[in-house]
Design a protein around this ligand. Structure first.
Ligand code: ADP
Length: 625
């Protein structure tokens, strides 16, 4: 008998599961049954598509046995694909999924939140250790002739040895602990299955002792027969009509397909008939999937053809930006042996995909129009992928644009593009936005002073992706171009005659500054946008903004981020006014640099010569004291 150690992460997870899912321990049945159902799906697929399995006598079913009293057990057996020795070790001894470490780090100790995260992580099988002292798995992989037995008490080790099973499939026997006693009962099992697994497509049979009394010639006898009864409806929920289904049905089904323990935020159920026929059922999880921002995210939509499971591992069923969607696509027109390549190029699939995206976006849009509070909750979690849609999905750009909302310099909460436009000042030619990360920082940015004074609203774009979205992908909304306040040209159209006169007045000082600052800046200009601050830095018309340069550096592309800033000075500010009349070369020199340096600091830029900056500061302090 070969002893193996669990992967360290498995041990950690086992601990976590036992502690955080404790109050909801019955879900282990759902987990084991949904694994059994997946295994049946996989074998069914083989029997329909693989020559070697064409003659296979497939009798798909899930059987549940239990033993009450002393040494009580619960067994869940399926006639699915089964596992060989390596697969047992791999699937039940490690966590193959990416991001395990990240996941463990993201746990907070808040039981409700953690259990939700655990659910999304799909640690299904391990949940059986909540109710069992030891778990025994006997499995024969379809096509193999050797069966294997895996056994563990969930305390760091498991064993694998040769075993016996006459047909392919897997039986999982839980040796119930004290907490698990209640599951060795016909009544409890039936209830839990009804609650969680009624829509499993394969029949689930519960085996129990049927006790009857008989009387013959005055003599009573008690007969105990093994009986079985199918306890689930076994119909594909997504094929049923919407009228037949209750919210609870949708929610429970979501939990069986998503491994999420919380309710979904909402769902969209569609039956399409006509040229092509299909059903789709899509869900938006209540909490964004933990791998949403990982390139190796696990896709959440399963493809079925005529109710036969095809794949749950295709990233082509929906566009990448909708990767947070969970659900089912079931087509009547695709071939069963549809391959990856076919999925990518097949006309039917493309139509289903395109109609599905529209359906999902429309549902989101109507939520925005009818339930703003709910929409804002959705938006909090999913706005970044949604924004990716602006440059990934040209066809739906307008719809996605209508879904956008941003913080604003004028209004609390979120402002949509439409709302911005209706609030625009008369004569305002552009939609102004400022990018950057910290909301409070942005609200105090010197770049916004003029807009505040002129009462012009500026959208505050906090996500890194906004730089790409608004700078490039969006560009225009209705009749208005978007203009970044972080650039030189943003203030041009707002200049008044007085501004122009003031510009003349500071020209000699600006020329001095240009000589002093030399290579440190791209240019020095008089600013019309400042009121309280003496200076600010901005990006040239076609240069990436300072925030964009941050992103480029973070992506390791420093060579793309070496654009110099333009220094704008405020002709009205006292410091500038005093400098105009000063002949003190040393003072002008230090002030020029200090104005540049303070402006760079406010924008979160790094000073190249920190030591020089400190010296200048000290000289200024000496003068003042
Ligand atoms: P998940 O189901 O989320 O992948 P589990 O820990 O429940 O996580 O299962 C791990 C893996 O073990 C499954 O992905 C599957 O490959 C395999 N497995 C579990 N139960 C069965 C079963 N009854 N038959 C075949 N394979 C199974």
């Amino acid at each position: 008998m070969a002893k193996h150690q669990f992967q360290t992460e498995v041990n950690q997870l086992l601990q976590l599961i036992i502690h955080s899912l404790y109050s909801n321990k019955e879900i282990f049945i759902r987990e084991l049954i949904s694994n059994a159902s997946d295994a049946l799906d996989k074998l069914k697929h083989l029997t329909l598509t693989d020559e070697n399995f064409k003659k296979f006598d497939f009798n798909p079913r899930i059987d549940i046995f239990f033993q009450e009293g002393e040494g009580s057990t619960l067994t869940i057996a399926d006639t699915g694909i089964g596992m060989n020795e390596e697969e047992l070790a791999e699937n039940l001894g490690t966590i193959a999924k990416s991001g395990t470490r990240n996941f463990l780090q993201s746990l907070t100790g808040d039981a409700k939140r953690d259990s939700n995260l655990i659910g999304q992580f799909g640690v299904g099988f391990y949940s059986s250790f909540m109710v069992a002292d030891s778990v025994e798995v006997i499995s024969l992989k379809a096509g193999d002739d050797k069966a294997w037995r895996w056994v563990s008490d969930g305390k760091g080790e498991y064993e694998i040895e040769p075993s016996y099973r006459d047909t392919p499939g897997t039986s999982i026997t839980l040796h119930l602990n004290e907490e698990g006693q209640e599951y060795a009962s016909r009544w409890t099992i039936e209830n839990v299955i009804k609650k969680y697994s009624d829509h499993i497509m394969f029949p689930i049979f519960l085996h129990y002792d049927d006790v009857t009394m008989s009387e013959e010639e005055g003599e009573k006898t008690v007969n105990t027969d093994q009986a079985e009864r199918q306890i689930n409806a076994a119909s594909a929920l997504w094929k049923r009509s919407k009228g037949e289904l209750k919210d609870e049905d949708y929610k429970e089904f979501y939990k069986t397909i998503s491994h999420d323990y919380d309710d979904p935020m909402f769902w969209v159920h569609t039956h399409a008939e006509g040229a092509i026929e299909y059903s789709t059922l899509f869900y938006v999880p209540g909490t964004a999937p933990v791998d949403m921002f990982r390139a190796d995210y696990v896709p959440g939509v399963k493809l079925y053809v005529k109710r036969v499971f095809i794949t749950d591992n295709s990233k082509d069923l929906l566009p990448v930006y909708l990767r947070f969607i969970r659900g089912i696509i079931d087509s009547e027109d695709l071939p069963l042996n549809v391959s990856r390549e076919i999925l990518q190029h097949n006309k039917v699939m493309q139509k289903i995909r395109s109609a599905s995206v529209k359906k999902i976006l429309n549902e989101i849009e109507s939520m925005k129009n009818n339930n703003r509070e709910k929409y804002e909750k959705f938006y909090q979690q999913y706005r970044v992928p949604l924004k990716e849609g602006l440059y990934q999905d040209y066809e739906n750009k307008d719809t996605i644009t209508n879904l956008l909302m941003f913080r604003s310099s004028k209004a609390e909460g979120y402002t949509s593009m439409e709302e911005y436009v209706t609030r625009m000042e008369s004569g305002q030619k552009y939609i102004y936005f400022i990018t950057g990360t910290l909301k409070e920082n942005l609200k105090n940015s010197p770049l916004l002073e003029m807009y505040k004074q002129k009462d012009i609203e500026v959208l505050i774009m906090e996500d890194e992706i906004d730089e790409l979205v608004c700078g490039t992908a969006l560009g225009r909304f209705k009749d208005f171009d978007l203009k970044s306040v972080n650039r030189i040209d943003a203030a041009e159209d707002l200049k008044t005659e007085t501004d122009k006169e003031r510009e003349k007045e500071v020209e000699p000082l600006i020329n001095k500054f240009k000589t002093i600052l030399g290579d440190a800046v791209k240019n020095v200009k008089a600013s019309a946008r400042l009121t309280d601050s003496p200076a600010c830095v901005v990006a040239d018309e076609t240069d990436p903004t300072i925030q964009m340069q941050h992103i480029m550096r973070a992506m390791g592309r420093a060579e793309l981020a070496s654009f110099k800033p333009i220094l704008e000075i405020n002709p009205q500010h006292e410091i500038i006014q005093k400098l105009i009349n000063s002949n003190d070369e040393g003072l002008i020199n230090d002030t020029a640099f200090l104005l540049l340096e303070q402006s760079m600091l406010i924008e979160g830029m790094e000073l190249l010569q920190g030591a020089e900056f400190v010296k200048r500061m000290n000289r200024m302090m000496e003068r003042a004291l």
